[in-house]
Ligand binder design. Sequence first.
Ligand code: TYD
Ligand code: MG
Length: 458
Amino acid sequence: MARQRAGKPLFNCKACGGSFPKWSGQCPDCGGWNSLEEGVVAEGTTKNPRFAGYAGDASQNRVQLLTDVKPKSEGRFSTGIAELDRVLGGGLVAGSVVLIGGDPGIGKSTLLIQTLAQLSDRLSTLYVSGEESPEQISLRAHRLGLPCENLQLLPETCVERILPLAQKHHPDVMVVDSVQTLYTELLQSAPGAVAQVREATAQLVRFAKQSGTAIFLVGHVTKDGSLAGPRVLEHMVDAVLYFEGEAGSQFRLIRTIKNRFGAVNELGVFAMTDRGLKEVSNPSAIFLSRHQTQVSGSIVMVTREGSRPLLVEVQALVDESHLGNPRRVTLGLEQNRLSMLLAVLHRHGGIAMFDQDVYVNIVGGVRITETAADLAVLLAVLSSLRDRTLAQDLVAFGEVGLAGEIRPVPNGQDRLREAAKHGFRCAIAPKANVPKKAIPGLEVIAVERLSDALDAVL
Ligand code: TYD
Ligand code: MG
């Protein structure tokens, strides 16, 4: 990091947070283009110790053996919203800082005001808003019918004024909406600038660790979907949650991207209603669109997002291509993975797609990041190509290897049990995933090679 005298301009990278005395088109640190923007070093900031984590009281720090350190049980408490507890790893930890990101209008403020109102009858809460006026917040809370007699509100964007008030009222849970509207008097750049966001967050993190107040920070996302501001923001906080799902759809998914107190990739499912966000307790049921008649190109798979299995429908459309390069379009799935799977299908299944456009969609706006979708994708593609419907009570999952083998996926039994629970009678699964003890009501077709799976459905 460049050392600069106060008052001189300093250029900060929007992507990595690096700072340099001179502007350049490419960030020397992260290589990003056009990401440097001007800020000013104010009096006193160069002497300020940069604080990006928690080191405790510096005067008492000493070298010690790990075995001598007694593990402090983290004070976890329920937020009153089970799906939110799930993505937080089983509840909110006192003194933790949770960053919640998502597109505008997806429901970040709604979720947090609901959470705070739920908590306000047993804990002290504070909602710091830099985006909406107190009247707007009150209107929303009334419309949602929230119990907010004890909910404290603070319309403020200056960190130096927020922190003394927070210290005085000492809330157990505090929401800051949003981090991009905050500014610190230490720096002269505009609110939302990288340096401001970073410095303001650092001060809030320090406050959370010292006071034991759990803080929810709302973060904006940029056009390409990542959190605005430097990546360093994600390193500073304890947990990062992301709102996913299409704005048009009723369902909202929250995914854990980072969690110092629990597992990542955990998925919470909500529905946006006219009374705010409602938890969806049986998410498998909502992602299955119920066709009246069987259609080709559709199959149900069991994915496992975080700690629970989830049934989702995979749809494929294969259409004759008039392009030199046939199209490979995916929604909710990685595109390169589809190209790879089609190559495996050609080499090991003898089915060519070079003259076909292939579209694959995961229904309901779910994004699947695991390889267990491979087999279901290929079966859906094949079903569409041949215009042959697959049985409606059939599920499939399994990873497809480049050698045409079907590889096992984690937690096969859980997935099969979830399928049986929802009334599916037949499952195509990797051989190594088949349980020794049969699952009542479910016939499992064990497959080792891609050709076995193709034989089973055609
Ligand atoms: P909001 O929480 O303000 O979004 P964010 O803070 O992420 O920008 O959500 C606003 C959207 O949610 C808005 O488009 C309307 C919708 N909404 C409902 O459908 N029902 C409701 O009860 C509420 C409060 C909002
Ligand atoms: Mg908002």
